[in-house]
Design a protein around this ligand. Sequence first.
Ligand SMILES: [Cu+2]
Length: 193
Amino acid sequence: MKKLFFLPLVFLTTLAFAGKKYEEQVIERITCPTQKCEDGESLDIEIPSMMEETASEAVEKVQLSEGSEHIVKMLNSGDGGQMIFEPAVIKVSVGDTIHFKATDAAHNSVSIDGMIPAGAASWASQLSQDISITLDTEGVYVYQCDPHVIMAMVGVIQVGEAVNMEEVKNAASSYGSNFLMNTDRLQNYLNQL
Ligand SMILES: [Cu+2]
């Protein structure tokens, strides 16, 4: 009778012991890679570096334009799409001059309030007319073509450092409601700086 009484107890003890063993094995598996890292062994995880490469390839940053005079064309069609400034994103130095050229008719260049540096001079050209502007205030400038705002005919100029980028990005998110086509254009432009 005594033996029969102990049998279930032995069985339960065995189960508990097996359970603990399993737990230990799991902990061992989880902590093993960390120990390897601490030992200076490489884990050869390729994925993060691959993702990094893809991200940097996706947004190509615009380089500083050489010289102090730069031409931006107003076009019906360019490499970047329909109704477009070319180059749409340009990085220049403080004091440089931008010459907007009315290469195609019925476009203009107008700076957008709230998306130029504080204290910077605004500008507005007549339709189908060239305009030259000299940029003496550092920061990011966003401008538009009045007749083609809904097609996101906008452009971005960075003068010196992008000191007002946060303000411009905030303003751009609400300004984007004006676009019916090319809705991600402005965001893409800003990401290139
Ligand atoms: Cu236009």
